[in-house]
Design a protein around this ligand. Structure first.
Ligand SMILES: C[S@@+](CC[C@H](N)C(=O)[O-])C[C@H]1O[C@@H](n2cnc3c(N)ncnc32)[C@H](O)[C@@H]1O
Length: 245
């Protein structure tokens, strides 16, 4: 079930770009999109937001596959978990912006030591210094498949996993929580003592049993919402440092 690939083309990665700051000139450019026949109101809103989002434009200029790159750059600038030569698994990696950032900061993009494995249910285009795996994390054998590809413990698990939403509040909430749990279970099974887990969570952040589990297994647990995360989005990130092992 795993489609794997290593090396190939890919973006530049590693450039800081806006890094959480937007320039006034970028903010001033506002494009209004007319509702066209055949385009729903929500896709018009999406298009308008894309056209007016300075991080979207910056990602294009910096060669990143998505604006998500700046979220990981900001989190790493604050918590310093992307160290040269470390071993990383990126869950929910498509289209690959976090893999670009990780491989550039760790050094695998330039052929240096370390490991970056990017996992997604969607197929991704190859990139230098990253091993890509097409897997559904909800499948029971997915963790084993990744662990055997990693062939040893890892220093960092990052998860930007996000389900496609149904618009039905409680169903979406269950799906979101399930993916956070899957990411955390996987991290607990593969991290080295002292390792780090970074995950997208929603609403009030990691709560209940997930927060208890994080606090029981990591010496430091913080929440952070990068400036590049849209203010109107319910997403935030949990950064769990110093895995107790
Ligand atoms: C917000 S996007 C990730 C963006 C990515 N961090 C980047 O930098 O390009 C969330 C990803 O989670 C993936 N995803 C959702 N459910 C999944 C599952 N069950 N198994 C694997 N990937 C999943 C989606 O396909 C989507 O690509």
């Amino acid at each position: 079930m795993a489609g794997r690939s290593r090396s190939g083309g890919g973006g530049r990665g590693g450039r800081k770009g806006v890094g959480g700051k937007t320039t006034p000139s970028l903010r001033q450019m506002h494009t209004k999109v007319k509702t066209a026949r055949g385009r729903t109101n929500s896709s018009t809103r999406w298009l308008q937001r894309q056209l007016n989002d300075p991080y979207v434009a910056q990602a294009r200029a910096d060669g990143y596959r998505g604006r998500a790159a700046y979220k990981l750059l900001e989190l790493d600038d604050r918590f310093h978990f992307l160290k040269a030569g470390i071993r990383v698994v990126d869950l929910g990696a498509a289209p690959g912006a976090w893999c670009q950032v990780a491989s550039a900061r760790i050094g695998t993009a330039e052929g240096g030591p370390g490991l970056v494995i990017g996992v997604d249910i969607l197929e991704m285009e190859n990139m230098n210094g990253v091993e890509l795996m097409q897997l559904d994390m909800r499948e029971p054998d997915a963790p084993d498949i990744i662990r055997s590809a990693a062939n040893g413990p890892v220093d960092l698990v990052v998860s930007d996993l996000a389900p496609s939403t149904t618009g039905h509040g409680s169903t979406d909430h269950i799906r979101i929580v399930a993916l956070v749990e899957i990411g955390l279970d996987f991290a607990l099974s593969v991290l080295v003592p002292g390792g780090t887990f970074v995950a997208k969570v929603f609403k009030g952040g990691a709560e209940g049993e997930i927060l208890d589990l994080l606090k029981a297994n990591f010496n430091t647990v913080k929440h952070a919402k990068p400036a590049s995360s849209r203010p109107e989005s319910a997403e935030t990130y949990v950064v769990a440092l110093d895995f107790k092992g």
